[in-house]
Design a protein around this ligand. Sequence first.
Ligand SMILES: Cc1cc2nc3c(=O)[nH]c(=O)nc-3n(C[C@H](O)[C@H](O)[C@H](O)COP(=O)(O)O)c2cc1C
Ligand code: SF4
Ligand code: SF4
Length: 247
Amino acid sequence: MGDGGVVHPVNTINSIMGIDLDSYSPMPAVDGKGTHGGYAGAAVKPIALNMVSQVAGDPQVNLPISGIGGICNWRDAAEFILLGSTSVQVCTAVMHYGFRLINDLVEGLSNWMEEKGFRTIADFRGRSLQCITDFGGLNLLYKTVAEIDETKCIQCNLCYIACEDGAHQCIDIIPHNGKNQPKIRQPDCVGCALCFLVCPVDSCISMVRKDDGSEAITWNELMKQLPQPLTWESLRQFQQKHGIEIH
Ligand SMILES: Cc1cc2nc3c(=O)[nH]c(=O)nc-3n(C[C@H](O)[C@H](O)[C@H](O)COP(=O)(O)O)c2cc1C
Ligand code: SF4
Ligand code: SF4
C-alpha cells in the first residue's frame, strides 16, 4: 500500500480465526454469521519483514518505506530499519500495552545505536539488504551439523522423533544408565536444524560449523562451471567431492 509518497508494505492480513464446532459459525460471530478479520501483531512480523525487504531491495522503488506489522519493541524496529524502512509504525502492540511502549522503543533503539556507533537512522538503514539473496546465492559448501550437550539433555526424545519422521533419520536412541539417550550420527546429518528447533532445553543442541570456510561456491556459480545442460552425474560428482547433499 502507498499513500502520500510513502510505501507501507503490509496492512492486516485477511484471516478467519476458527470455526465453532457446535454452531459451525466462524469465531467471532454476529448472530451466527462472521466475516474475515485482519491478522496483525507479532504473528505477521515475518511476512512484513519479507515484504519490506522486497520493496526496499527493488531499485525501481525510490520512495520512503514505513515499516509496519508486528513491531512490539526496539529490536523489531531495528530489524525493519536494517531491511530498509525509513520509519516504523506500531498499532497492535500499542493497543495491547499502551503508548508507554513507544518510550521504551525509542530508548532501546537509541541505546543500541549508541552501542553500534550509529548516529542517525540513515547510518544503518538497509544495511541487512546485502545479506538477503535467493537459494542460488547461498554458499553450497557451508556445512553445519547438530551436536547434543548430553549434560543438558533431559531425554525427552523430541529431537529423535523430528529427525526420524521429518528429516534424515540420523539420530539413534542409545540406552545409557537406564535412560534412552539420543546420539547424532554426524556424518549423516545434513544440518537442517529441525532437532535444534524442537529441543525444549536452552543450548542443549547446537549447530556446529564443519567446513573451514576456505572455499565457497554458490549454485549460480556452480551452474556456470558445470557443463550445461546439467546432468545428475555431474551434480553427483560435485556432491561426492565435497561430501554434501543438495536437495
Ligand atoms: C483494530 C485495528 C484497526 C485497524 N484499522 C485500520 C484502518 O482503519 N486503516 C488502516 O489503514 N489500517 C488499519 N489497521 C491496520 C494497522 O494500521 C496496521 O497496518 C496493522 O495492524 C499491522 O501493524 P501492527 O502489527 O503493528 O498492528 C488496523 C489494525 C487493527 C489491529
Ligand atoms: S530434544 Fe533436546 S532435551 Fe530432548 S532428547 Fe533431544 S537433545 Fe535431549
Ligand atoms: S540437523 Fe536435521 S538431519 Fe541433522 S540430526 Fe538434526 S534433524 Fe537430523
